[in-house]
Design a protein around this ligand. Sequence first.
Ligand code: HH2
Length: 347
Amino acid sequence: MRLIEPLGLMADAPAALPRAAGRAAFAFARLIENGNERVVPVADIPSDWRAELERLTRPHAPWAGLAMDRPAIMGPAIMGIVNVTPDSFSDGGAHADPARAIAAGMAMAAAGADIIDVGGESTRPGAAAVSAEQEQARILPVVRALAAAGHRVSVDTRNAATMAAALDAGAAIINDISALTHDPLALALVAARGVPVVLMHMRGEPATMQSHATYTNVAVEVVAELFARVERAVAGGIPRHRIAIDPGIGFAKTADHNLALLRRLSLLLNIGCPILAGLSRKSFIGKISGVAEPSLRFPGSIAAGLHAVSHGATLVRVHDVAETAQALRVWTALSQRNENGSHGPAL
Ligand code: HH2
């Protein structure tokens, strides 16, 4: 697979190309093919790389009804996390009771979440799987109540039966950490229902995934593996414009892999789909900051989220919606420029 890595990112750059997502343009590109790499000014990208360049720079269509092409003006979209689980690493049972989960989802929507992501199975490293029945008993009342209140709900599940039940209860988006590979019925179901889907990068299962955390070039390998998942989904009948991709931070990756991947996140734009970044409270933030308690990691999560957005992510999956919305609003205003190209007040 040929990849173009945008380099020399600038807010306003003469002689630079825009990326598909974000206001930043790039003046140089690293051309990657079969383990060989060379850096060239964008004007010197060979003409036979036009298809790859087109995929990297073509503005993304709206996804799940949310604008994905002008995030520096509209702001990136926020997905708020509601784990209806007793054992999630990040919010450890805070929303295990349906009434509390519903209240938390409503509060996130009021604080600026565009999507509420409801999950009933912890996927932290080493987590035990739950049955589809147990998963549905946890999430369906929550999905039903949030959807009935008019909120855009995604369901974080690997099980086709749970996907179907959640869509029947009003969910609008499927978020599958296994990229529709865990359940043999999942791909056909999502294709038949015609709903948007998040395909995340992972290797193996949550219980064993850390034993697969071996890469020689993590960013390039993740892009290639995720690209194969996207092609499989498209071949199975899911139109490309319904797919968002996710680097799967913390899934079959060490803290060093997560950092290396996030530094080169814009490589994922080669796949041609909007990028969702799930960084919130994750253990690499604890490792860098020395903060062991996940709920105290929101400052680091916001820093990581802003990095991801400036490297091409147009969706962020977070626990701390109000804090993230405030940070993104300020970041978005500061990255605005007037239509005549000069910097000016954005308010
Ligand atoms: N991370 C988690 C769960 N689902 N989905 C996507 N698309 N991207 C992610 O990064 C992602 C995800 C794990 O985080 P969390 O839901 O906070 O914890 P747990 O799995 O322990 O419930």
